[in-house]
Write a protein that binds this ligand. Structure first.
Ligand SMILES: [Mn+2]
Length: 313
């Protein structure tokens, strides 16, 4: 395959490290996955699919790549799970300092641990929104606390974790899970208000970690541990769009793309999902002086909620 040097083949002027508003960090790591291996190939397949995608977003009427998307060097730290987590942490921290909108493509879900740690140091009231089939709340798994099955344990301890799409977990995880903040897939299927309820649980600053197995295997077969009964495309986009509009999303990752030779649609879905999320993030920018709101939103609802959250402290 051809070596990818810019995201989606965009022109250099929209891809420089200095001028780009957005940075994309690939983390091709698959050190601890338990069943189907191959998440280390995720970033490469994602980038190749991205190159074949049209870059005008119909829904938002925007071309978000013109904000600049810098494709950072891949993090290829495989010496130990802990070393990988630390490498991700440092790389993300550096980009946050440079005021970039930081995004990451995995790799298995343990790549999110370092990213969440970095964002949580930067924001007082961080919500981590996890879309996932699995709770990932084990304190330790197969001798490591940096196993993908432990990906959200630390976030659960140190942030406001909201879990969406969960339909597989170990009984032991119930002891640490905050069930008030969990949206189980079987409940979501019959609850018209799950999106409102999930958004109401979020603080203003939200980091999104999107495990692709949150999606239904009918639209996302290429993932390590597919589980039936997942989210479909348009409900996912409806939800994400609302989160981006009503909250200040500070960064996000997409993980667990486990590509194969037969199914290419999953690679394209991941590519499109990424681009939709960027399009939602930046759709309001440049709309006028309302952007001066330091919280990055112009929604009175959100501002009211923010006040409410501050009152709680
Ligand atoms: Mn998962």
């Amino acid at each position: 395959m051809k070596i990818v040097t810019t995201y989606a083949g965009i022109e250099e002027k929209y891809a420089s490290a200095d001028a780009s508003k957005i940075v994309l960090i690939p983390v091709p790591y698959d050190g601890t996955s338990t069943w189907e291996k191959g998440a280390d190939k995720g970033p490469e397949s994602f980038l190749h699919a991205s190159e074949n995608m049209e870059l005008y977003d119909i829904e938002t009427d925007t071309e978000v790549y013109k904000k600049g998307i810098y494709l950072a060097e891949s993090i290829e730290e495989n010496s130990s799970p802990e070393a990988m987590v630390n490498a991700v942490y440092s790389a993300i921290k550096e980009q946050i300092k440079r005021s970039k909108f930081v995004t990451m493509i995995g790799g298995e879900h343990s790549v999110s641990i370092g990213a969440i740690r970095a964002f949580n140091e930067n924001y007082d009231d961080l919500t981590v929104l996890q879309l996932d089939a699995h709770a990932d709340l084990r304190k330790e798994y197969e001798g490591s606390k940096y196993n993908h099955a432990c990906a959200l344990y630390e976030a659960n301890e140190n942030t406001n974790l909201v879990q969406v799409g969960i339909r597989s977990m170990d009984a032991a995880e119930k002891s640490v899970m905050n069930e008030d903040n969990v949206f189980f897939a079987h409940d979501m299927a019959t609850d018209d208000y799950w999106m409102d309820n999930a958004i109401n649980l979020m603080t203003e600053n939200v980091y999104i970690t999107f495990d692709l197995d949150a999606l239904d295997p009918s639209i996302m077969p290429s993932t390590g541990t597919p589980e039936p009964g997942g989210l479909l495309w348009y409900e996912t986009l409806d939800f994400l769009k609302r989160v981006f509009e009503e909250k200040n999303v500070v960064g996000f990752d997409i993980v667990e793309l486990c590509p194969n030779e037969v199914d290419k649609s999953s690679d394209f879905l991941a590519a499109k999902l990424y681009y939709k999320m960027l399009s939602y993030k930046f759709q309001e920018q440049g709309a006028g002086d309302e952007n001066e709101n330091p919280y990055g939103t112009k929604n009175q609802n959100t501002i009211n909620k923010l006040k409410y959250n501050q009152d709680e402290d």
